[in-house]
Design a protein around this ligand. Sequence first.
Ligand SMILES: Nc1ncnc2c1ncn2[C@@H]1O[C@H](COP(=O)(O)OP(=O)(O)OP(=O)(O)O)[C@@H](O)[C@H]1O
Ligand SMILES: [Mg+2]
Length: 539
Amino acid sequence: MKRFFHLLGFRLFLGVAVTVAAATTLFTMFLVDWQSGKYISAAQQSATNISDLISRSTRYSMLLNRREDVYEIIKTIGKEPRIERIRIIDKKGIVNFSTQESEVGKSVDMNAEACIGCHSTGKPVVPQNDPTLTRIFDSPKGYRVIGVITPIRNDAGCAASSCHAHSASQTVLGILDVMIPLQEVDQNIAQFEQTQIIGSLLLFAVLTGFVSIFIWRMVNIPVKKLAVGTQEIVKGNLDHRIDVQTNDEIGSLAISFNQMTQELKRARKELTAWTQTLEQRVSEKTEELRRAQKHMVQIEKMVSLGTLAATVAHELNNPLEGILTYAKLLRKKVGRGTPSAEDTQEMIGELTLIADETARCGNIVKNLLLFSREKVGEFKDSDLRFIIGQSLRLIDHHLKMNNIISEVKIDEHPVILYCDAHQLEEALLALEINAVEAMPAGGTFHIAVKELTYLNAVQIDITDTGTGIKEDEMPHIFEPFYTTKKDGKGTGLGLSVVYGIIERHSGSISVDSKPGIGTTFTITLPRQSAPQEPGASPH
Ligand SMILES: Nc1ncnc2c1ncn2[C@@H]1O[C@H](COP(=O)(O)OP(=O)(O)OP(=O)(O)O)[C@@H](O)[C@H]1O
Ligand SMILES: [Mg+2]
């Protein structure tokens, strides 16, 4: 039912049906009312006619004051089957005569249904223009009765008659009350009513039938076709056409809809063609870009290789030049013959310098090898506490020499990491050496290990109270060969090696430093069970 109610056709039908029902009901009521009035008027007319007849037939007997004759005439007329009762009531309300003999001589109840019409105010009212008074009331026998009252006036002839006791001032002598049963009239009304109701129902059925067929054909079917059409469009079927050939608004809607579908189809075709062209263009451009990028990478490789080669050459050239100079000098000195004790002392100094510079070259080469090593070494589960302990043991001597207090904050239980322990130790050592070198006048060195359970990672903080890093140096510290250390004390490869190692462990490294206060390097290492793709980046 709810589904039906949402149908446009059903709503229209309902509206029309309600309107037709209301109209036919009102029309039927009006007709029945009108017809009833006609029937009642006819009955009233009939009673009035009888009153007239009585008045005219009894006038002569009344003038002669022959009451018996008057009553006999009325009795004879009252036998007419269509007359309920005829009676004469005098001014005092006493029934002088009645076809219903039992009430003769009795006083009329002024509150009775037949009398209340005129005596409601207590004083009888006799209409001047309408000499008859009509009322309808229920008889004790169970049917309706119409009563017509005609005043018996004291006309001139009567008042002048010698036999009469009525004075001329007395205008109304009494009333003639003629009552007619409405049984037949009511039957006719009921029959008329019944016929009208049946007729109205038939009219209603025929009208609503016609209207529903009309709505079904003119609204339901076209609207359904439109709905099916839109569904087809939603499904993507743009070849669907709506077959509604009416000349009304729905017909034009269907035509517009079909045109719209056609336009949509054309637009979609254009769009598909555009998409294809675009895709082709994109793939062509992508290919172009890929080629260009490859070329760029190649160029970049060449450039960085060139830069690296130049930097390495420069870095190696300085110590090698020194080595060469001292080697030449020594050869000269040795060529002069047996050296004196003083020369020997000098030569030993120069040989030491050669050894130092050679060691520096070795250092550069070793770090370069570490830096360029792409492949990971031996990965296995190792305890981070052990790795840190190892690295600290190696710089223990330096710490003591430089008056540095070291603090290590690490959990009691093993912190197992899947890593290359040797490389990790190398990275920690490089950071620890940097910290020591940043505190030439002593200070505090602090290592803290935190387990980041929510990230399934481990964080290592290496803090010193050294010189700190200046803001303008910060972006360069991870660059290979960047060093602020004078007199060839640093190669500038330490942090680049650290960065490479952390990256190979899929971790990250960041630095926080304040010049004059100190520096903290923070390493985060995931607790993975197998090495991941490199993804580390300095922050
Ligand atoms: N803890 C630190 N405190 C202050 N400055 C630092 C610290 N660590 C690194 N630096 C700065 O970063 C620079 C680069 O460090 P890196 O370890 O790469 O090279 P290096 O220490 O100079 O030489 P190398 O480590 O090769 O002997 C350093 O020269 C120094 O200026
Ligand atoms: Mg260093």
